[in-house]
Design a binder for this molecule. Structure first.
Ligand code: FPP
Length: 248
């Protein structure tokens, strides 16, 4: 229903998603939290298909935050094995659909078998062009920004960079996301209206969309609904409505 209402000429180039509410979805059904995560992985597969169907070029998903390392060990382990099984299950599909997998975050912290599996998929899909999925794993925005600051400080100290050259573009080029445009739309599910340390620099001018739906229930139709909502917005980037009209 919502898909037909989408203006194909104004599809967001980059959609980022905070996939929240897996635990609550499971609890409501009297299930262990991991079932929520499993259903969440299925929802992500659905949303990926939906994004490809309408021509989104970049889809970023917050799959595991730096703070998630502090969850009970059994849940962390279950999430790691879900990541491995999802990669095993989806790699051929990614290749068939010309979808590239990329990663942001401190992935060196991942257990070696997970890191190796992930790396294999990153390498195998590196040539794909239709869409890029960016998984945020062991990611937090403050970590990413501090890493950038340290690297910039070192480059200034080593005379590779002059401090006067530090501007918006240069700073962006030190972030994990340097090869990707900033998100046009950020979606968060489950009714929480927080950013939770996700892409703080990159979402300066993103449109934010919050929905009460828990992530496992966020499927194609809900994604298309979010896109329709986005298309109703006027993105002014600090300018006035009148200025935008004269620019067209
Ligand atoms: C937040 O729900 C979700 C996570 C911490 C993990 C997200 C992981 C997936 C969707 C599955 C794996 C995905 C891929 C792409 C392999 P929560 O546990 O915080 O839910 P709650 O707030 O209801 O407790």
């Amino acid at each position: 229903m919502f898909k037909e209402q989408i203006d194909k000429t104004r599809v967001p180039q980059h959609v980022a998603i905070i996939m929240d509410g897996n635990g609550r979805w499971a609890k409501e059904r009297g299930l262990d939290r991991i079932f929520g995560h499993k259903e969440g992985a299925a929802a992500f597969s659905d949303v990926t298909e939906a994004a490809v169907e309408i021509g989104v070029k970049y889809l970023t998903a917050y799959a595991f935050s730096t703070e998630n390392w502090n969850r009970p060990q059994a849940e962390v382990e279950a999430l790691m094995s879900l990541l491995v099984s999802t990669i095993e299950k989806e790699t051929e599909k990614l290749l068939k659909n010309d979808i590239r997998l990329c990663c942001i975050g401190d992935i060196k912290r991942l257990p070696k078998p997970v890191f190796d599996k992930l790396n294999g998929c990153l390498e195998r899909t590196a040539h794909c062009k239709r869409m890029t999925i960016i998984l945020a794993l062991s990611y937090s925005s403050k970590w990413e920004i501090l890493e950038a600051v340290k690297n910039i400080a070192n480059d200034v100290k080593d005379n590779k960079l002059s401090a006067e050259k530090i501007d918006d573009e240069l700073f962006s080029s030190y972030l994990n996301t340097k090869n990707f445009p900033d998100p046009d739309l950020l979606i968060r599910t489950s009714g929480e209206t927080r950013i939770s340390n996700f892409l703080l620099w990159q979402i300066a001018y993103s449109e934010l969309y919050f929905t009460n739906t828990n992530w496992p229930d966020f499927r194609k139709e809900q994604f298309f609904e979010a896109i329709c909502d986005y298309q109703k917005r006027e993105r002014r980037f600090g300018k006035t409505s009148e200025q935008l009209k004269t620019e067209i």
